[in-house]
Ligand binder design. Structure first.
Ligand code: ATP
Length: 445
C-alpha cells in the first residue's frame, strides 16, 4: 500500500475476516452463479484443466499459492490453503501421487530460510485434507530429501516441497531449477493465480518442460470470471476503480474504458482527475505527472461514448489520519469548493449515491480499489456505500483483490459477491488486457 498505513493494525483487522473468507472460498466453488456462467460462457478458458486429465498412478506437481502470513510459525490466514483444496482433492481421488509446491514470501538471506519454511503449511494442510501431507524438508527444494520423499510415494499420497524461493533461480525462470522440478513429475498443474502474472520456474519454466501442463480449479475459476466480465459481459458493464495512485492503474483505466459502459473513479486517484479538470484539490493525493494522461482518458471516454463518473463531492480533513483509524474531524464539500488547506479522503455523500445508482443499473460490475481511506470508520462511508450496492444487486460482481477484497470482507459482504479474486496484482494485469504467463504456459484445449 502506498500511503502511511499502520500495516500491523490492518493485518489484525484482516485476520478477523480470514475465517469468513475461508468459508466463502470453500462454498464458492459450488456457487450456482458460477456453474451457470461456466455452462453458458462461450469464452471460457481455452486451457486444459484438471477435469481434462486423470492422473491415476502418475506423479503430479501442483503449483499452489501457499504464500500465507505467518506469525511465530503459526498461519494467521489460511484462506489460500482452503482455496487450493478442491484441486488437490480431485487429484487424490484420481489416485495420483501429489507433489505440492509454492513460494512463501521473499527469501533474501540465509536467515529467511529459517522463517520462510513451508513446514507449518504441511502440518495445517494435513488437518484440512484429513490425511498426511509429508513435508520434504530440503534447502535445495529438489535435493536428495525431496527426491527420496517423492520416490517413496504411493498413489493418493501428498508431499509438499520446501519454499521454491529457497532456490535463487526461481524468480528468474532459470533452467536448472525448472529442470529439477520437471524431473519429479509426469504432469504439471498450475493452480496459483496470485503468481500467474510472473514467469517463474515453478509456474512457467516447469510447464515448458513437461508434456502435460494444465490449470487447476482455482485458476480456472479466476480466469472464467475475469475473462467473462471483460470480454463478454452482460451489459451495462460498470467498472469501479479506486485506491491510492493513478500511476498504478494507468493501463487498467485505458483498457477498461474500451470494454465497459461506465467507468467510475473514486479513492485517492480521483483527485488527479479532478485537478486535470482544473479544480482546486487542496492537499489531496495527486500525481502531477499524470495530469495529461487523465485529460486523455476524459477525452477517450467522450470519444467512445462511455460514461466516466468522477466525484461531485468529497469528504475532506485537515490532514491524513495518524494513526490511520484515529478520530478525525471531517466535512463534506463539493469538488468545486475544496479548501486549499484540506485533503480529500473519501467520496462525498452525493457521489456515493450517484455511484450506487450506477451499480444498481449494471448487469456486470468489476471493482478494484477502495473509494476512500476505508481503514478509518469516518472515511469508510463511500467504500461502504459502494460495497453495499454491489452486495444488493443481482448483477455479476467481481472484486479485484487487494484492499477492495479486504474492505468487502471486513464489511461482511464477502459472501454476497459473485467472485473475489485471490490475486490482486494478477487480476489487475488481467484487466489491463495482458496475457498472464502462468496461464499461457498451460496446454491449450
Ligand atoms: P492493493 O494494491 O493492496 O491490491 P488496491 O489496489 O485495492 O490494493 P491501492 O491502490 O493499494 O488499492 O490503494 C488502497 C489505499 O488507498 C487504501 O489504503 C486507502 O486508505 C487509500 N486511499 C483511498 N482513498 C484515498 C485518498 N483519498 N487519499 C489517500 N489515500 C487513499
Amino acid at each position: 500500500m502506498s500511503v502511511g498505513v499502520n500495516a500491523l493494525r490492518i493485518r489484525c483487522v484482516a485476520a478477523c475476516v480470514h475465517e469468513q473468507v475461508a468459508k466463502w472460498i470453500t462454498n464458492v466453488h459450488f456457487d450456482l452463479k458460477y456453474k451457470i456462467i461456466r455452462r453458458f460462457n462461450s469464452m471460457g478458458l481455452n486451457k486444459k484443466s484438471v477435469d481434462d486429465i486423470n492422473v491415476a498412478g502418475k506423479k503430479v506437481l501442483v503449483r499452489c499459492d501457499f504464500n500465507v502470513p505467518l506469525k511465530d510459525g503459526k498461519i494467521t490466514d489460511e484462506n489460500r490453503l482452503v482455496a487450493a483444496l478442491p484441486t488437490i482433492k480431485k487429484l487424490i481421488a484420481d489416485g495420483g501421487k501429489i507433489i505440492l509446491c509454492s513460494h512463501l514470501g521473499k527469501v533474501k538471506t540465509e536467515e529467511d530460510k529459517q522463517t520462510k519454511t513451508l513446514a507449518p503449511v504441511a502440518a495445517r494442510l494435513s488437518e484440512l485434507l484429513g490425511q498426511e501431507v509429508k513435508f520434504a524438508a530440503d534447502l535445495e527444494v529438489v535435493g536428495p530429501n525431496a527426491k527420496a520423499a517423492v520416490e517413496a510415494m504411493k498413489d493418493g499420497e501428498v508431499v509438499l516441497l520446501e519454499n521454491t524461493r529457497f532456490r535463487a533461480e526461481e524468480t528468474k525462470n532459470g533452467e536448472a531449477f525448472s529442470k529439477d522440478l520437471a524431473s519429479l513429475c509426469d504432469v504439471f498443474v498450475n493452480d496459483a493465480f496470485g503468481t500467474a502474472h510472473r514467469a517463474h520456474c515453478s509456474n512457467v519454466g516447469v510447464a515448458s518442460l513437461v508434456d502435460t501442463a494444465v490449470v487447476g480449479y482455482l485458476m480456472q475459476k479466476e480466469i472464467d470470471f475475469l475473462g467473462n466480465a471483460v470480454e463478454t459481459p452482460d451489459r451495462p458493464f460498470v467498472a469501479i476503480l479506486g485506491g491510492a495512485k493513478v500511476a498504478d492503474k494507468l493501463n487498467v483505466i485505458s483498457n477498461l474504458l474500451e470494454k465497459c459502459d461506465t467507468l467510475i473513479i473514486g479513492g485517492g486517484m480521483a483527485f488527479t482527475f479532478l485537478k486535470a479538470q482544473g479544480k482546486e484539490i487542496g492537499t489531496s493525493l495527486v500525481d502531477d505527472t499524470k495530469l495529461d494522461y487523465c485529460k486523455e482518458m476524459i477525452a477517450k471516454a467522450e470519444k467512445l461514448g462511455k460514461k466516466l463518473l468522477l466525484p461531485v463531492d468529497a469528504v475532506v480533513a485537515g490532514a491524513f489520519p495518524n494513526p490511520i483509524d484515529a478520530e478525525i474531524a471531517v466535512e463534506n464539500v463539493s469538488v468545486d469548493a475544496i479548501p486549499a488547506d484540506k485533503m480529500g479522503l473519501d467520496i462525498g455523500a452525493e457521489t456515493a449515491k450517484m455511484y450506487a445508482d450506477a451499480v444498481k443499473a449494471a448487469k456486470t460490475v468489476v471493482w478494484n480499489g477502495p473509494m476512500g481511506v476505508f481503514e478509518n470508520p469516518v472515511l469508510a462511508k463511500g467504500t461502504i456505500a459502494v460495497a453495499k450496492s454491489l452486495a444488493e444487486t443481482d448483477a455479476t460482481t467481481i472484486i479485484g483483490g487487494g484492499d477492495s477484497a479486504a474492505a468487502v470482507n471486513i464489511l461482511g459482504y464477502g459472501d454476497k459477491m459473485s467472485h473475489i479474486s485471490t490475486g490482486g496484482g494478477a487480476s489487475l494485469e488481467f484487466l489491463e488486457g495482458k496475457e498472464l504467463p502462468g496461464v499461457a504456459a498451460a496446454n491449450d484445449k
